[in-house]
Design a protein around this ligand. Structure first.
Ligand code: PEP
Length: 253
């Protein structure tokens, strides 16, 4: 049975003190009531928080993730943080291709492919995010958009490397808007993506790939969304900043 995951994306929120407290509170809640069997928990924290958060969590309980990394391995790239640096700071997974990075920082398909390669080359797991914007959904071309995102940034991988990916379908119109995709819309896209993976890597790889849903997911809608057969958990933005709420989402299977 493929792994289910609930991953928090803190985005650019909390300072180091508040972030460390949030991680510690989540550890306490998971000690009182651990995640269900076969459900992994991750938090993607700001770069500045990594060292302190790593100190206060047990990575057997919460996997430490970063929100981004450089597409380059080292050198004169002022302000960038490499995958090697993240690995050396105990990070286990890295978000790649979040829609906020695609839109505000103009990250294109080839750049994202290089980031995915960097994360894998450093023994971490990419959480590859993709999804269509509102006009694309309204124009009925969401499948074509998602197919291109996968083709251009992750379908170059070998089967072995692809099997290390976690995918996150995040319809951009649902991120931070309070407008959640219906469970049926999520299921339809997740099934479409799983079929694309089967076409490229075969049924066994497709069946083993964890595909998360992201976009205004909360404890009030998670149960219904996670109940869909091709939805393997969630990437949670705003709601991951509240430890009890995030803990309830972890228990929404
Ligand atoms: C996200 O940042 O990946 C996300 C899904 O945000 P939110 O849950 O706030 O919509």
């Amino acid at each position: 049975m493929r792994k289910r995951i609930v991953a928090g994306n803190w985005k650019m929120n909390t300072d180091v003190t508040a972030g460390t407290q949030l991680a510690a509170e989540l550890m306490t809640l998971l000690a009182e009531k651990p995640a269900p069997d076969n459900v992994g928990v991750a938090i993607a924290v700001p770069f500045t928080h990594i060292t302190e958060v790593a100190r206060c969590i047990d990575q057997k309980v919460i996997c430490l993730a970063a929100q981004n990394c450089s597409s380059e391995s080292a050198g004169a790239y002022t302000g960038e943080v490499s995958a090697t640096m993240l690995k050396s700071a105990s990070v286990m997974a890295v978000l790649v291709g979040h829609s906020e990075r695609r839109s505000y920082f103009h990250e294109d398909h080839p750049t994202l492919a290089r980031k995915v390669d960097q994360v894998l080359a450093n023994g971490m797991r990419p959480v590859f995010c993709f999804g269509e914007v509102l006009e694309e959904r309204e124009g009925g071309i969401q499948n074509r958009i998602v197919e291109a995102q996968l083709m251009e940034s992750v379908f170059h991988l070998s089967e072995t490397d692809f099997s290390k990916l976690i995918l996150a379908y995040e319809p951009v119109w649902a991120i931070g808007t309070g407008k959640v995709a219906s469970p049926e819309q999520a299921q339809e896209m997740h099934k479409y993506v799983r079929d694309l993976i089967a076409g490229r890597y075969g049924a066994a790889v497709a069946d083993g790939t964890t595909i998360l849903y992201g976009g205004s997911c909360k404890s009030s809608n998670a149960v219904e969304i996670f109940s869909k057969p091709d939805v393997d958990g969630g990437l949670i933005g705003g709601a991951s900043l509240d430890a009890p709420e995030f803990h309830r989402i972890i228990h929404s299977f």
